[in-house]
Design a protein around this ligand. Structure first.
Ligand SMILES: Cc1ncc(C[n+]2csc(CCOP(=O)(O)OP(=O)(O)O)c2C)c(N)n1
Ligand SMILES: [Mg+2]
Length: 667
């Protein structure tokens, strides 16, 4: 039986060899954290390599994702479907071993990491999801939800502000099954961190309400084991284990320096490390007895089988709940969803009413929410403004987590990345909210939700100058356009209650990815629609108002400008100009419709076109064409009542009609 050091050295060898082979990558962290990983993965982590999706598995997150070879080595050695050929192909096109761990690319990778600090935020979301799910489904003697979340983080994760946001909240929420390991190696890319990072990290985490285990030798398996035992014994607080390590451990001339962080060690140093570690095997060759000692296949299969037995017993006693648990973990919507959601949209269309779309959003939640116990949301301290609390909202807190509403505090980035983690965990449809202008604070987590992709509903209210007096700091101008730039992100800017409900429905049904829902602060007029028009909202753009008489021009509008467009069309009609109004709450989705549909909405022969949107104008150029005009806002807003700003910036029926006349004159 190989000893622990030899087992850890298998990680070191695979990591330095793969980086050397790729001539690119980060050997230092995997070599430094190998001993910690060996103890955690072989003695504690409950996982089944044959089934990476087993619901009650422990979650492991590599927040310092540059050390991806650590994770790939672990997955390979313990028996996941990640053959040695994939490690040889580290960082190559179409390999399952991308530069940083990517969700969906490699079996066993729970989240995409690399943007430092977000992994720990995802882990907080996963631990929170576990706690909420456990409080919902577990019954006396039937603990069907009982797993832990483990996360590795480096100095970089600690320095990133998001770690403050999320670890603070994790402490408040008492996430006792979350354990973080801080790779305290004193090094980041620019050198010894003493020049820029001298926080008292243990005291910081104690101040958050965490259990902190200080001064663990990250190369001593006995100390590591003792620390993990202490973490597991604590149920009310998350635990930070501070492990002192040597980056690049085992590379005799480079260890302990930034030289090992993100570059191949070089052939000479790799050879020297082999000699130093006593690892005599050629690259990518692992002796059978080391594979045997690492394999988690038998233990993993047994752990899952034992859990399945528990689930069977649960099903016998609580059949309905068991079915609900399986439905939710499978990501299926309730049977009644399709029919009821359609009916709800028809009812809201009927009901009418001039309301702010942020209120429409809440009406959608009030209607859809009772059908969806998996819906879990919150706002970054703007619940009353974002209207994220609906009549079925129940707070989640440390003592009782059986709820569906999270008070995230003023933590937009942390909230969004936590919400990604909840989505990744499974069993939930998460939403999170703030003012649209602060989507920038959250932006990289929005991007990550699209990159992975994971279902997460980003709710943004106060969507333009229309919010008024708070002024340009709070008035988004470029935000809708910039969200539309993120591949795969569905972006909806609805114009009234019915469109808002359709947008919510689409977001809920967007199982494979994220959606941004953009709502106003100010009231908007209700738009009448036929059943066929209502049906077409889901196509992202549709004819809202047909031209009176011959169609001479088109106006395309979104959100709060749809009412302006309708009024402009009315004015023009009175003057004998026939104008069609197209409402386009989701231009990206509209552009994915088939050509016949697109041409039926925007007939190519009609080249007099105006787009109107209270934001930057350039994204409409393609749809309006050479002869078209865009009424938008290509500068910052101002502090004044919203109505006067709409006039000041020319978002008026008069100005839009003028633009239509200009466009007509250009053809
Ligand atoms: C948000 C973000 N900023 C910058 C980087 C680039 N980067 C990758 S690793 C790293 C330094 C990390 O230091 P540490 O966590 O101590 O890693 P170690 O060198 O100890 O492995 C930086 C700046 C990144 N990946 N993510
Ligand atoms: Mg470091």
């Amino acid at each position: 039986m190989p000893n622990r050091t030899e087992l850890a050295n298998a990680i070191r060898a695979l990591s330095m060899d793969a980086v050397q082979q790729a001539n690119s990558g980060h050997p230092g962290m995997p070599m430094g954290m190998a001993d910690i990983a060996e103890v955690l993965w072989r003695d504690y982590l409950r996982h089944n390599p044959a089934n990476p999706h087993w619901p009650d598995r422990d979650r492991f997150v590599l927040s310092n994702g540059h050390g991806s070879m650590l994770l790939y080595s672990l997955l390979h050695l313990t028996g996941y479907d990640l053959p040695i050929g994939e490690l040889r192909n580290f960082r190559q096109l179409h390999s399952k071993t991308p530069g940083h761990p990517e969700y969906g690319e490699t079996p066993g990778v729970e989240t995409t990491t690399g943007p430092l600090g977000q992994g720990v935020a995802n882990a907080v979301g996963m631990a929170l999801a576990e706690k909420v799910l456990a409080d919902r489904f577990n019954r006396d003697g039937h603990e069907i939800v009982n797993h832990r979340t483990w996360v590795f983080m480096g100095d970089g994760c600690m320095m990133e502000g998001i770690s403050h946001e999320v670890c603070s909240l994790a402490g408040r929420l008492g996430l006792g099954k979350l354990t973080a390991f801080w790779d305290d190696n004193g090094i980041s890319i620019d050198g010894e961190v003493i020049g820029w990072f001298t926080d008292d990290t243990p005291a910081r985490f104690e101040a958050y309400g965490w259990q902190v285990i200080r001064g663990v030798d990250g190369h001593d398996p006995v100390e590591i084991q003792r620390a993990i035992d202490t973490a597991v014994a604590e149920t009310a607080r998350p635990t930070l284990i501070c492990t002192r390590t040597v980056i690049g451990f085992g590379a005799p001339n480079k260890q302990g320096t930034e030289a090992t962080h993100g570059a191949p060690l070089g052939a000479d140093e790799v050879a020297a490390a082999r000699a130093h570690l006593g690892w005599s095997h050629p690259p990518f060759e692992i002796p059978d007895e080391i594979y045997a000692a690492w394999s988690a296949k038998a233990a993993g299969a047994a752990a899952e089988a034992q859990w399945r037995k528990k689930l069977d017993a649960y099903r016998r006693d609580f059949g309905g709940l068991a079915g609900e648990f399986e439905r939710r973990m499978g990501g299926e919507l309730p049977d009644i969803w399709a029919e009821r959601s359609r009916a709800i949209i028809a009812e809201l269309q009927q009901k009418g009413g001039d309301v702010a779309t942020r209120k429409s959003s809440q009406m959608a939640l009030d209607s859809f929410g009772p059908l969806l116990p998996e819906l879990i949301g919150g706002s970054a301290d703007l619940a009353g403004s974002n209207n994220t609390i609906w009549k079925g909202s129940v707070d989640v807190n440390a003592g009782s987590a059986d709820g569906n509403y999270i008070y995230y505090g003023v933590r937009e980035f942390g909230m969004t990345a936590i919400s990604n983690g909840i989505g990744l965990h499974g069993g939930f449809i998460p939403y999170c909210a703030t003012f649209l202008v602060f989507s920038d604070y959250a932006r990289n987590a929005v991007r990550m939700s699209a990159l992975m992709p994971v279902r997460n509903i980003h709710v943004y209210t106060h969507d333009s100058i229309g919010l008024g007096e708070d002024g340009p700091t709070h008035q988004p101008v470029e935000h809708v356009a910039s969200l539309r730039l993120i591949p795969r992100l569905q972006v909806w800017r609805p114009c009234d209650t019915a469109e808002s409900a359709v947008a919510w429905k689409a977001a809920i049904e967007n199982r494979g990815g994220p959606t941004a829902l953009i709502f106003t602060r100010q009231n908007l007029p209700h738009q009448p629609r036929s059943a066929a028009q209502l049906e077409n909202v889901a196509r992202g753009g549709y004819v809202l108002k047909e031209a009176d008489g011959e169609m001479q021009a088109l106006i395309i509008a979104t959100g709060s400008e749809v009412g302006v467009a309708v009024a402009a069309a009315g004015k023009l009609s009175a003057e004998g100009v026939g104008v069609r109004v197209v409402s386009m709450p989701n231009p990206g989705l509209f552009l994915q419709q088939d050509r016949a549909y697109r041409d039926s909405v925007l007939p190519p022969a009609v080249t007099a076109r105006v787009a109107v949107e209270a934001g930057v104008s350039h994204c409409w150029a393609g749809l309006v064409g050479d002869r078209g005009r865009v009424v938008g806002i290509d500068r910052f807003g101002a502090s004044a009542p919203g109505k006067s700003l709409f006039e000041h910036y020319g978002l008026t029926p008069e100005n839009v009609s003028r633009a239509v006349r200009e466009s007509l004159a250009a053809i």
